[in-house]
Design a protein around this ligand. Structure first.
Ligand code: PLP
Length: 399
């Protein structure tokens, strides 16, 4: 008998519900079943939401001109300048030096957590949230505590809950705006309240994940960094959602540190960035074209997404046993399974998958506490695919 080598406790604790559910789906696909996948927020998986051609051409030009070497660790200068200009246009003074280009927002998160967190520190993140906010901090001896988004109030932030959970061990207070999975968009006065709370804790930095910012349908979205004159805010964004190129794996963090209190941790971030070399050089040229060329194309993509979301909402409204809040942004619905007797939302999702071949993600994968008895569905497919998915969901529920 071979003695197996143990996996580290850190790796064994990692869960990423959005892709973990793909494992049973692939088994069914290998047996010839056709699965409607509504699990991953990837616009490219569906018709009508392509990466803009001028971005692809810029990427190709970089490849053709042999711009395939290692780039600078913090990002190519022209892209850093373009990001700084885009952030400044949102209302805060961002310079090229404040911007670090990463291998997607997900890598930015790993670097931030590695630089900020120690044993016994905390991250305060919305519940529900994008899963890495809970999965990664434990690798650094920290814990993620969830603050409540109020399902009965359009998933708005529950500020009393935040206040009750704040203390001096909280290093990072996370705002995901628009939120994944709920689609809630925070108002400027809500962001002000968040900043006011953080102000009382000098070791606390706000993380503002604004990766869905161009997909705000409320007209109320504002930059969290632009609202703060003192509390540090790190803005996260990238090419994945609003520039429709998630496979390019390019994102950024932009540091708004008005009184310079983050200089030591920033030095750590720069060390970490140098140690992992750089983000993909040709892909940065593609993103640069997206940021600097005209944005007229985005309106068509937004309109298509809005129509698909509206179709999904109308179908959910017609199904006894399912309920959802109308999202203000992004492209998900976080649907409540109104069955009092439901024991496990994960089992519900697996039963739907096995019996009717529709793949969604269990809500507890986004928050063990505030997401249970829900599922998240991606509303990006064209209407005929969504229609078939909802017909199958109705058959599953027997309605
Ligand atoms: N942040 C949020 C809130 C997300 O929902 C996602 C992906 O779904 C990401 C970040 C991932 O960003 P990236 O593709 O840049 O790693």
């Amino acid at each position: 008998m071979v003695e197996k080598i143990d996996v580290s406790a850190r790796a064994a604790a990692i869960e990423y519900a959005i892709r973990d559910v793909v494992v049973p789906a692939m088994k069914l696909e290998s047996k010839g079943h056709e699965i409607i996948r509504l699990n991953v927020g990837d616009p490219l998986a569906f018709e009508g939401l392509p990466t803009p051609v001028h971005m692809i051409e810029a990427y190709k030009r970089a490849l053709d001109s042999q711009d395939n070497g290692y780039g600078p660790s913090y990002g190519i200068p022209r892209l850093r300048q373009a990001i700084a200009a885009a952030e400044t246009a949102k209302g805060w003074p961002c310079s090229e030096e404040d911007v670090y280009v990463t291998h997607g927002v997900t890598e930015a998160l790993q670097i931030i957590f590695a630089a900020f967190l120690e044993d016994g520190t905390k991250v305060l993140a919305p519940g529900p949230h994008y899963p890495p906010y809970m999965a990664y901090p434990q690798m650094y001896g920290a814990t993620t505590v969830e603050y409540r988004l109020d399902q009965n109030d359009g998933w708005r932030i529950d500020f009393d809950d935040i206040r009750s959970k704040m203390d001096n061990s909280v290093r990072l207070l996370v705002l995901i705006n628009p939120n994944n999975p709920t689609g809630n968009v925070a108002t400027s006065s809500e962001i002000d309240q968040l900043i006011e709370i953080a102000r009382d804790y000098p070791k606390c930095t706000i993380i503002a994940d604004e990766i869905y910012d161009g997909l705000d349908f409320t007209g109320e979205l504002c930059s969290a960094a632009a609202r703060s004159n003192d509390v540090p805010v790190i803005v996260l964004n990238g090419v994945s959602k609003v520039y429709f190129a998630p496979g390019w794996r390019i994102g950024y963090m932009a540091w708004h540190d008005p009184d310079g209190r983050l200089s030591l941790v920033r030095d750590g971030v720069e060390r970490l960035l140098r140690s992992r070399l750089c983000a993909s050089t040709p892909a940065q040229h593609g993103y640069l074209a997206g940021l600097t060329d005209e944005h007229g194309w985005l309106e068509g993509h937004r309109e298509r997404i809005k129509q698909r979301l509206e179709y999904c909402i109308s179908r959910i409204e017609g199904i006894d046993g399912l309920e959802c809040e109308v999202p203000g942004g992004a492209f998900y619905l976080f649907v409540k399974i109104a069955d009092e007797g439901i024991k496990s939302d994960k089992q519900w999702v697996l039963d739907l998958l096995h019996q009717h071949h529709v793949l969604v993600v269990h809500g507890s994968g986004f928050s063990p506490e505030f997401g249970k008895s829900h599922f998240r569905m991606v509303c990006l497919p064209p209407e005929d695919v969504l229609s078939e998915a909802f017909d199958r969901i109705e058959s599953f529920l027997g309605v």
